[in-house]
Design a binder for this molecule. Structure first.
Ligand code: PMP
Ligand code: GLU
Length: 396
């Protein structure tokens, strides 16, 4: 079968691939701790489930409007105002089958072949593949653990140029947990003001898992509002990964383009999920504070356990639920049988040796690191760190 060049060039999502490997081993009875996938282990809150059950009983079983039910768009506008200080009209809101689809819609809507899209690295796996799929040029603005993986205004200015179409980033960040403060974002905003044609795609899906306070939206800077797309979704903050709902608040032209694209691909998002999403949007954000506090405790635990592991370096993640240690000291080391060349080898070796599934950093644009998702119980975190420490001690 001759497949398209497009798909042959596309990499498989590394997060999903590692998780699939872990599940295959689990099915064979192997006691694997899966820390490869960024998925909250909490249950969807009951009031959201009730709204979904009610929607089924009330026969919300027909095609939905492509951008979403009007009352959901309105509820999202209210949420943006309440939580982010952003004024959007319902016709600037497009809901999709996950934030993943929201982002790819936007990329399809704005990127022409050869257009540059700046991704501060480390970045979330799918960003680079999405840009490449639509023949955009990925420009990696690499950052390291020394600056807590933050792009500085000076570095940003170095990468911006007349070919730059967009800047795409997440804060709190997947994979590093790095969370920009309002003043850091305002400082980046000053640089963007000098480049008025650049579209900013601000992925705020970890908004509610922010340990340092409120998540600031770049669209709240008036000069940037007209060219910023604010992305969000239900997967992380509401523990609803399988329900599949993402959304954007966007300049009207981009929102309309996304509706046109989605109308040819998938149509409107699932009717039941949309009814449940209204309940989620109307909820007082304080109701999910217990989930955030549980993540904070787990963050403290995993950071303290990783500090005990020799030859790894870590930052202090202030959001999301990932740890992204620098592990390049172990490259080229051996257990006497296998030489671990890079992060991918190290993750495969740890899967085999420690039975812990992790994701190598290369697919996040940071080959010296690997990622652990700590969206799992404290017992599992403790066990996994112990296993990793014991295994790594065998490499010399
Ligand atoms: N953006 C980031 C930064 C993510 O980590 C994820 C996780 N899957 C997504 C977008 C997509 O989320 P979903 O499609 O589940 O809404
Ligand atoms: N965003 C999650 C992760 O990075 C889920 C997997 C995915 O959608 O790629 O693990």
């Amino acid at each position: 079968m001759q497949l398209s060049q497009r798909v042959l060039k596309l990499a498989e999502s590394e997060t999903l691939a590692m998780s699939r490997r872990a599940n295959e081993l689990k099915e064979k009875g192997v006691d694997v701790i899966n820390m490869s996938l960024g998925e909250p282990d909490f249950k969807t809150p009951d009031f959201i489930k009730r709204a979904a059950k009610e929607a089924i009983d009330k026969d919300f079983s027909y095609y939905t409007p492509v951008p979403g039910y009007k009352d959901l768009q309105t509820a999202i506008c209210k949420k943006f105002k309440r939580d982010n200080g952003l004024d959007y009209q319902p016709n600037q809101i497009v809901t999709s089958t996950g934030a993943k689809q929201s982002i790819i819609n936007v990329i399809m809507a704005i990127v022409n072949p050869g257009d540059e899209v700046i991704l501060p690295a480390p970045y979330w796996v799918s960003y680079s593949e999405m840009v490449s799929l639509f023949e955009g040029k990925v420009v990696e603005a690499s950052t390291g653990i020394e600056t807590d993986f933050k792009i500085t205004p000076a570095l940003l200015e170095k990468y911006l140029n007349p070919k730059t179409k967009a800047f795409l980033f997440s804060s709190p960040c997947n994979p590093t947990g790095t969370t920009y403060t309002e003043s850091e974002l305002r400082a980046l905003g000053e640089v963007f003001k000098k480049f008025p044609n650049v579209v900013i795609i601000s992925d705020e899906i970890y908004e509610h898992i922010n340990f340092q306070g409120k998540t600031f939206s770049l669209a709240a800077i008036p000069e940037l509002y007209d060219r910023t797309v604010t992305v969000n979704g239900l997967s992380k903050g509401f523990a609803m990964t399988g329900w599949r709902l993402g959304y954007i608040g966007a300049p009207k032209a981009i929102a309309d383009a996304c509706v046109k694209i989605q109308g040819q691909f998938t149509s409107g998002a699932c009717s039941i999920t949309q009814r449940a999403a209204i309940a989620a949007m109307e909820m007082d954000p304080s109701e999910i504070a217990p989930m955030r506090e549980a993540f904070r405790k787990r963050r403290d635990l995993i950071v303290s356990l990783f500090k005990e592991i020799p030859n790894v370096e870590i930052n202090h993640p202030e959001g999301a639920f990932y740890l992204f240690p620098k592990v390049s000291w172990y490259f080229g080391k051996t257990d006497g049988k296998t030489v671990v060349k890079d992060a991918k080898d190290l993750c495969m070796w740890l899967l085999d040796e420690a039975k812990v599934a992790l994701t190598p950093g290369g697919s996040f644009g940071a080959p010296d690191y690997f990622r652990l998702s700590y969206a799992t119980s404290e017992d599992k975190i403790t066990d996994a760190c112990k296993r990793i420490k014991t295994a790594l001690a065998k490499l010399h």
